[in-house]
Each structure stands twice: as structure tokens, then as C-alpha cells.
Design a protein around this ligand. Structure first.
Ligand code: GDP
Length: 474
């Protein structure tokens, strides 16, 4: 059915901070209202009452500690009058961007889970390429680190503290956490339960991560009991709930999403999302990937069953219509699929399969707002499909199926040096979970060589389907 939005633009921000508070109060996030209605009509998974109460508590803390609060001023003040004066009631985790949008959305949601577990406040240091993507997630407050905020202030204080280090127990005011794919042994200490009481004393944690590190938090004994209360049943809806809570497309992005959805996808009986992410067209030719996609949807998964053309009547009156959304940086996949299904429609005498795409950027661009907006439009449209086929190793695909709450069909990795250039069999496999994969697992395998999970009779972690040594919640 049609979403038919009435887009209200956010009230233009004024100059001073006071005015920004007022405008955020009046800010109306259309996608949040409309997605709530659309999703509640079909979502089978509901957040637990405990998770809801922790979110409510978080919102109060966020409001109390947000960048407009006195507590924020005190904890980021250049020269605290007294050491004791530092307001430890408000402790922060500041998220900083690294890598593409999928990676970013995954690390933001992991940071938020960490903030929930450790009573911190999540602030984001979005650059100009991200500020227009999402609505403010926390009612009547902001998650943006102020533009004029400088970590140097805190670092200067740090140097002074270094001086005093010998005389008194030393507590850093700022610590940078590197939880990216290339973290080293020192960074990995973060994932030890014993490190957490030390981090608790540090008011500012600044995070650089491109990973969905939430699964690892489940492996840390210090957090497990709380996580089991937040997610008491299956663990494969962690990103689903946190992602839906945090990310509501801005009115501008939502306008593009709904415009496209209403024009092309709404009327179909079934919506199929194909996410075709190719990391290197040199290594994996487009023709090979295309054959793989077709094998997957027509044979392996039998998502689309084409009736034998010779037995198809030209006068069919009842048909199930299918809309295929092709999301890819590269235009040729859409072109070829469109051509193929057009021919079939002609034989069938009706538009039974429609093939659509929103854009084809051809190259990945970092630092561009309009490029990121297009990416977010694709991610959301995919998340509104009924069936998803995703590409292996792609965080873009993880976010789409996680938000949708769908277990995807995952194309088999075709990064091959295979001279015959054959499509690997099977072309795709059903995933094991709706969750994203933690691709770089810190030290899990170092400390658990035989994959044993600490605590809990039921395994909640499995290997990822598409990433050797990756971990995912199930
Ligand atoms: P990953 O590299 O596949 O793990 O996903 P990321 O989202 O982290 O980085 C890929 C980036 O390439 C995206 O953020 C987009 O900027 C761009 N991109 C990749 N696939 C698509 C697509 O299907 N549509 C659009 N619009 N952009 C894409």
C-alpha cells in the first residue's frame, strides 16, 4: 500500500544554541511516524519490556547530559575548578566516522548498545556528509557533538594530569578506542571484562570503529546478564531493534524513499530486493555475477519461478506481480535484468515482473552528502522488501536485512582466481540469522580456539556465512 507522505520540513535552525534547542523540539520526523505505522502492521518481533525501560532511562540520561546541559559544560570544561568537580554522572562515548555508510550504521548501533550497558551518553561527530541523513533519535535533545567542540581541550587537560600522575592516582579524562578491522593487541584489551572497571572512570571515550562489535559484548561476562535481560529470547534481533530505534531517515531522504516506493514498489504483490555489491569488477566480471544472481533467484532459492514460456497463456487474467529492486553501484545489473524480464513479460502478455533501480553511482564516494543520501535511500528501500538477496561481506547488505528483520539469501563469494569463470554452486545460501556479521572479531579465536562460548547453555554466537572467522548473533 502507498505510504503517501506529507513531508514537513524541519524548522530552519537559528543562530544560537537556545534557538537550536527550540527548533529540535518542534522538529517533526515524518519517517519515524510513518515507519512506526508501516512496521507495526507486519513486524513479528517486539522489543522486550526490559529493553524498552532501558531505552527510556537512556533518553532521560541523554537529555540530562546532552550538549546543551550544564553537566556537559562541566565535563568538557578546559580547566575544572576542582578535580572532584568533574561530573562523572555524565560520561560519554563519542562516535567518529570511518568507512562507508553500512559500516558506520553498524558501529553506531554497537556504540549505542555499549552506552546502554555502561550508562554512557552517545554523541556523534558527523561530518557534513552525514548531518542530513537522519532525524535526531532522542526526543527533545541532540546527539550531535557541537561543531565547535574540540578534543584538544580535553587533551590539554590530559597533559596537566600527566604532570600530577606521580602524586595522585591517575584517571585519564579522554581515551581513544580503536575497534576497527585493523586493531592491535592493545586495542583488544577493550574486550576483556577486567578492563571495563578502568574505563568506567574515564569520562570521555572517543571511538573509531567500522565494525558491528555488538556480538562481542555478548561474549564479555561483565555484560552478559544485562544483555540476556534486554534480549531474552533470540539474539538475532539486536541490530533490528537498535537500528530501527536509532535510525529514522531525515525528511529529505524519506521524501525520496516514499516517492520511489509509491511509484514502483507499492502496487506489487511481492517486493524482492537484490543488493549487488561488487568490490572489484576486475576480479569478478559482471557477467558472472549476473548469472549467479539469476541462478540464485530462479533456481537455488526459487524466489522467482518463471513459467515455461511455451505453456504461458497470453490471456492470463490473474497474475501475481513481483517488483525487483536492484541496488548496486553499477548500472549494468539493472539493465540486463530489466531486459530479461521485459522479454518474459512480453511473452506472458502482462507486466508480471517489474525491475527497478533508484540510482547507479558507479563509484563509491567518501565524504559526499548526496552520495550518502542515495545510499541510505537504497538501504531503506531494500529494508522494505519482502525477500532479500544480498552480497557476501557487505555491511550495506547487513544493515538492509537487519532493519528489515529478514534472513537474507546470501550470494556465494565469487572472488575467484578461477580461470574458467564459473558460477560457484550453490549460487546463494539462506543465511543463519537476521543479524549483521562482526567481520573482525578482536581476540575471540585467540582466547577461544574451539569456539566455546563463555556462559549460557544455548549458543548465541555462530560463524558468519560469508566471512571466515567472523561472528554473528543467532
Ligand atoms: P560495504 O563496503 O559493502 O561493506 O558497505 P558500506 O556501506 O560500508 O560502503 C559501501 C558504500 O558504497 C556505501 O556506503 C555507498 O556509498 C556505496 N554503495 C555501495 N552499494 C551501493 C548501492 O547499492 N547503492 C548506493 N546508492 N550506494 C552504494
Amino acid at each position: 500500500s502507498s505510504i503517501n507522505p506529507t513531508i514537513q520540513q524541519p524548522v530552519a535552525g537559528g543562530g544560537g544554541e537556545e534557538e537550536e534547542v527550540l527548533s529540535s523540539e518542534q522538529y517533526s520526523c515524518v519517517s519515524r511516524q510513518q515507519l512506526h505505522i508501516i512496521r507495526s502492521s507486519y513486524s513479528s518481533s517486539k522489543p522486550s519490556p526490559f529493553l524498552l525501560s532501558r531505552l527510556k532511562e537512556y533518553e532521560q540520561r541523554h537529555k540530562r547530559c546532552d550538549p546543551f546541559s550544564e553537566s556537559f559544560n562541566r565535563s568538557s570544561r578546559e580547566q575544572p575548578e576542582e578535580k572532584e568537580d568533574v561530573e562523572l554522572d555524565c560520561r560519554y562515548i563519542v562516535w567518529t566516522p570511518v568507512n562507508g555508510l553500512g559500516n558506520r550504521m553498524l558501529s553506531i548501533s554497537s556504540s549505542f548498545l555499549y552506552a546502554l550497558l555502561t550508562n554512557r551518553v552517545l554523541l556523534v561527530d558527523f561530518g557534513p556528509d552525514m548531518v542530513d541523513l537522519f532525524c535526531e533519535p532522542f526526543h527533545n535533545s541532540t546527539w550531535f557533538l557541537p561543531r565547535d567542540f574540540t578534543f584538544k581541550k580535553l587533551l590539554r587537560r590530559e597533559e596537566e594530569e600527566e604532570e600530577q600522575k606521580k602524586e595522585m592516582p591517575y584517571v585519564a579524562s579522554l581515551l581513544q578506542l580503536f575497534l576497527s578491522y585493523d586493531n592491535d593487541d592493545y586495542d583488544k584489551l577493550f574486550f576483556k571484562s577486567e578492563t571495563q572497571p578502568l574505563l568506567e572512570k574515564v569520562p570521555w571515550l572517543v571511538l573509531r570503529s567500522d565494525q558491528y562489535f555488538a556480538p562481542y559484548l555478548f561474549l564479555m561476562p561483565c555484560f552478559r546478564a544485562e544483555l540476556d535481560r534486554m534480549f531474552p529470547d533470540d539474539k538475532e534481533t539486536v541490530f533490528h531493534h537498535l537500528g530501527r530505534y536509532l535510525f529514522s531517515p531525515s525528511n529529505q531522504v524519506w521524501g525520496h524513499i516514499t516517492g520511489f516506493y509509491d511509484a514502483y514498489l507499492a502496487k506489487a504483490d511481492r517486493r524482492i530486493g537484490l543488493q549487488i555489491r561488487v568490490f572489484s569488477l576486475d576480479k569478478t566480471p559482471a557477467s558472472l555475477i549476473l548469472s549467479q544472481v539469476i541462478n540464485c533467484i530462479q533456481e537455488e532459492s526459487r524466489i522467482i519461478i518463471l513459467p515455461n514460456a511455451t505453456t504461458t497463456s497470453r490471456n492470463r487474467t490473474t497474475t501475481t506481480t513481483t517488483a525487483i529492486l536492484v541496488a548496486s553501484l553499477f548500472g549494468q545489473f539493472y539493465t540486463e535484468l530489466n531486459k530479461m524480464y521485459k522479454e518474459w513479460n512480453e511473452k506472458a502478455g502482462a507486466t508480471v515482473v517489474g525491475v527497478y533501480r533508484t540510482n547507479h553511482e558507479e563509484i563509491q564516494v567518501l565524504g559526499s552528502s548526496s552520495h550518502n543520501m542515495k545510499a541510505l535511500v537504497d538501504i531503506y528501500l531494500l529494508s522494505m522488501c519482502d525477500v532479500l538477496v544480498t552480497s557476501p561481506r557487505s555491511t550495506f547488505g547487513y544493515v538492509a536485512h537487519g532493519l528489515a528483520g529478514l534472513t537474507p539469501w546470501i550470494l556465494q563469494s565469487q572472488d575467484i582466481e578461477d580461470e574458467e569463470q564459473r558460477v560457484k554452486e550453490p549460487a546463494c545460501r539462506r543465511g543463519v540469522s537476521k543479524e549483521p556479521c562482526l567481520q573482525f572479531h578482536a581476540n575471540y579465536y585467540d582466547t577461544n580456539p574451539d569456539h566455546r562460548e563463555p556462559g549460557g547453555p544455548v549458543p548465541v554466537i555462530m560463524d558468519c556465512e560469508d566471512f571466515q572467522y567472523g561472528l554473528k548473533l543467532v
